[in-house]
Design a protein around this ligand. Structure first.
Ligand code: UDP
Ligand code: MG
Length: 319
């Protein structure tokens, strides 16, 4: 078997037709200047625009491989699909929308090699996103760090480097709802974080509307911790204790001030009841989320299906 290249780039693509050309134009010189062998693996995650056609075109260029998935499986599943094909000693993931500047790749490679790390994480400097997008991530970063016990500063930045061994270990995890940077902390011993630049999205719009963002965060929390369930349990105990206390209080007041007083408390009780009913629905929702995820896991569907692979081969003859 021929040994793999020094570096593999893994780039998931979902409706990025406006960015791919510039992305490629910026990646090439960076990779060529590194003077190391490399491969670029694009994963078309069921794009509905011209992305796949553009990627197929790229696949005629040297060192480019394109995986076409059968439908949209989500960013992390797409990356896992890419991981199943990588051969590079250092594997680097990045976004296709140029929010992760390709010019930062050499820095990752250098830190990786000089420090002998298994994982090099990143922290975005001067993040270029709307406040509406930054605020939820800020909160998520704090919560995620607290409850998962994974000491990562910036959870959202996908420009990261992993040793091949770590990637191979991650590939053995057949989880649907996964979050790759967090997963990596389970499989890599020596990890570090460096600061990298962040840019505005080159073209198109973010594929993460609030709904998807919330879902991803739930994936993260549900697959790495049972905090929501614990929270429910302790919250439930505290709530019923408070209820007992309140009931006692009402009973005492009823004895002291008579039935007249208690009847006037009816509406207060209603108000409190509604709060509790709301909380119960919330609790059911959380449980439902878990059950839904368990169901997805037990169905054992593949996390992704590769429809086709396009590559001109290592020589890049462009035939
Ligand atoms: N992406 C993907 N599948 C999806 C959503 C996103 O492969 O279902 C890719 C997308 O093409 C981009 C990266 O994941 O390369 C990050 O997506 P996006 O820029 O929309 O996320 P944001 O920067 O807003 O977090
Ligand atoms: Mg983006």
């Amino acid at each position: 078997m021929v040994s793999g290249p020094a570096i593999s780039l893994v780039i998931p693509v979902y409706n990025e037709e406006n960015n791919l050309k510039v992305l490629m134009e910026r990646i090439r010189p960076v990779m060529d200047n590194l003077k190391k062998s490399y491969e670029i693996i694009f994963i078309d995650d069921g794009s509905r625009d011209g992305s796949l056609a553009m990627l197929k075109d790229f696949s005629n260029q040297p060192y480019v491989t394109v995986l076409e998935l059968t439908r949209n499986y989500g960013q992390h599943a797409a990356i896992l699909a890419g991981f199943s094909k990588v051969r590079g000693e250092i594997v680097i993931t990045m976004d296709a929308d140029l929010q992760n500047p390709p010019e930062e790749i050499p820095k990752l490679v250098r830190v990786m090699e000089e420090g002998g790390y298994d994982v090099v994480g990143t922290i975005r400097k001067g993040r270029k996103d709307s406040l509406f997008r930054i605020m939820p991530s800020k909160i998520i970063n704090i919560i995620a760090r607290k409850i998962t016990g994974v000491g990562m500063t910036d959870w959202g930045c996908m420009l990261r480097a992993y040793r091949l061994a770590v990637v191979q270990r991650m590939s053995t995890c057949h989880e649907h709802a996964t979050f790759i940077p967090a997963l990596a902390t389970y499989f890599g011993k020596r990890t570090t974080e460096i600061v990298v630049a962040h840019e505005e999205r080159h073209g198109g719009k973010s594929n993460y509307p609030l709904r998807k963002l919330i879902n991803l965060q739930f994936d993260l929390i549900a697959s790495f911790s049972d905090f929501p369930m614990k929270f429910l349990m302790y919250g439930g105990i505290a709530m019923s204790l408070a209820g007992v206390l309140f009931g006692t209080l009402l009973a005492v007041a009823r004895l002291l001030y008579g039935a007249q007083w208690a009847a006037q408390g009816v509406f207060t009780l209603f108000a409190i009841l509604f709060v509790f009913v709301g909380l119960q629905f919330f609790a059911l929702g959380v449980i439902g989320e878990y059950i839904g995820r368990i169901y997805r896991e037990v169905r054992k569907r593949p996390e992704y299906v590769i429809e086709d692979i396009y590559s001109a081969g290592d020589g890049g003859s462009g035939e």
